[in-house]
Write a new protein. Structure first.
Ligand SMILES: *Cc1c(COP(=O)(O)O)cnc(C)c1O
Length: 453
């Protein structure tokens, strides 16, 4: 299987090279040249597989340049770090309401699904190519900690994660800055997530710098992340009751569009997922897009669901590629307009597949309380956004993207109870090691020049 850039001006690559490259040199994102198709016969056969076996069946259609045994071993290793036997348990709240719990990985958020695997893919690559890699990413919280825990202590790999100082939760920061591993660099940036992201984009655009440090991205645009995330939709689909699964709405707490894109791609591969609700917090660029067709950046307002505090949805470009008729020239044109004006108006969206909801910050504690009262279930602030406006005409499955234990203050204020997790308790006792930097590319560049492997 080959992978192409959404902007059509980069070399076509195999799986391993596309994963190692991250952002394509033309500024686009990698996608499979053609999507595989999963038939009803395939799905019936998949129903009895364990999570790692299912993941292998799925990824082996894409990672055709890796020997099967290698891929199988990398996947097995990636999911042994999860604390739940089912890996991604489907929890039934009532006849029409389900939760897909995606927070049983080492950093207690859904990004572990992709980043445990990506970390092992990088480790494998360093070994077979005898090269070092420097991984650079920006995070609004969960991506950074998940990336760090994917790469922690891997020989030949250093990881640099820039995050907005003071805008992640204290526990998220501790997950990044208290690992004690000397290949981990937590960079606390004086600015927003988008400032950090913009500085990194500039560094990735500098070919000389990028090549010299063998830079790689692990932010949400890496191809392997999207593919790894398809697997839990498939897993959950196979676990839902037969009368429910073809009708259910997949409710996805959304920031960068990565999570919901994975579900949508799986639908394009023939798995009959009925539709998606794009659930945003008050940073609602995607809500506006899916309700009005207007794609327009605004200022980021920090919220109780910080991992969704995003106003530019980098993964959206992959969706755009398909809606623009797989025409890279159209994609380049639309992205150029968006870059120049901060806005673009779309005419025809698949309204049958996508609905959207927006959750104001003030509503989050009330939603946490209602979910607890109605179902006895504790939803974290991100997941709570998904519980706003559950469909009346069909069942819903809400993707629980983080553990409530990561956001104790909000949960306590909502229901007067403090959720805990053993891995977080241990973190509170470790020393914090962060490096404060201004929000500009040159400061981050200088830091990397000193610390890259
Ligand atoms: C990253 C994250 C999201 C948003 O995911 P996207 O792929 O950016 O849409 C939602 N909830 C939590 C807890 C997250 O960490």
């Amino acid at each position: 299987m080959k992978f192409i850039s959404t902007r059509g001006q980069s070399p076509v690559l195999g799986f391993s090279d596309a994963v190692a490259t991250g952002l394509a040199p033309d500024g686009g994102l990698y996608l499979p040249e053609a999507l595989p198709h999963f038939s009803a016969v395939d799905l019936a056969r998949f129903a009895t597989l364990s999570y790692p076996e299912l993941c292998f069946e799925f990824l082996s259609r894409f990672a055709t340049d890796l020997p099967a045994d290698t891929l199988r071993a990398l996947i097995a290793k990636s999911y042994t770090t999860f604390a739940h036997a089912e890996i991604a348990p489907v929890v039934k709240l009532d006849e029409r309401t389900y939760v897909l719990e995606l927070f049983h990985g080492p950093t207690l958020a859904f990004k572990d699904f992709a980043l445990q695997l990506l970390g092992n893919l990088y480790g494998h690559q360093c070994q077979t190519r005898g090269q070092t890699i420097n991984v650079l990413g920006a995070t609004s919280g969960d991506t950074g900690s998940a990336a760090i825990h994917g790469l922690l202590g891997k020989p030949g790999v250093a990881i640099f994660i820039a995050y907005p100082d003071g805008r992640t939760s204290p526990l998220q920061e501790r997950q990044m800055a208290c690992t004690g591993a000397d290949n981990v660099h937590a960079l606390a940036i004086d600015g927003t997530f988008d400032d950090a992201q913009a500085a990194l984009k500039e560094l990735f655009a500098d070919q000389e710098f990028r090549t010299r440090h063998r830079l790689s991205a692990v932010n949400s645009i890496n191809l392997a992340r999207i593919l790894a995330q398809c697997v839990y939709y498939l897993w959950a689909y196979l676990r839902l009751p037969a009368g429910v699964r073809d009708e259910i709405e997949w409710v996805v707490p959304t920031g960068n569009f990565g999570n919901v894109l994975a579900g949508w791609l799986l639908q394009k591969m023939g798995v009959p997922l009925r539709g998606f609700r794009v659930a945003t917090n008050q940073n609602d660029i995607l809500h506006r897009l899916f309700t009005t067709g207007d794609y327009r950046t605004g200022a980021v307002t920090p919220s109780l669901a910080p991992s969704m505090d995003i106003q530019v949805s980098s993964n959206f470009e992959r969706f755009l590629y398909y809606t623009a008729g797989k025409d890279p020239a159209r994609v380049r044109e639309i992205m150029a307009t968006f870059k120049a004006t901060g806005a673009y108006t779309f005419e025809n969206f698949d309204r049958d597949t996508f609905t959207a909801s927006r959750c104001a910050d003030a509503e989050i504690p009330g939603l946490i309380r209602t979910v607890y009262q109605d179902f006895g279930y504790i939803a974290d602030p991100h997941t709570a956004c998904g519980f706003k406006g559950l469909a009346k005409d069909r069942p819903s499955i809400v993707l629980a993207t983080a553990s409530p234990a990561k956001f104790p203050d909000t949960i306590v204020s909502a229901i007067g109870m403090e959720p805990t997790a053993p891995s977080l308790e241990a973190l509170k006792r470790k020393p914090l090691m962060k490096h404060r930097l201004p929000a500009d590319a040159s400061s981050i560049r200088a830091y990397l020049d000193r610390h890259a492997v």
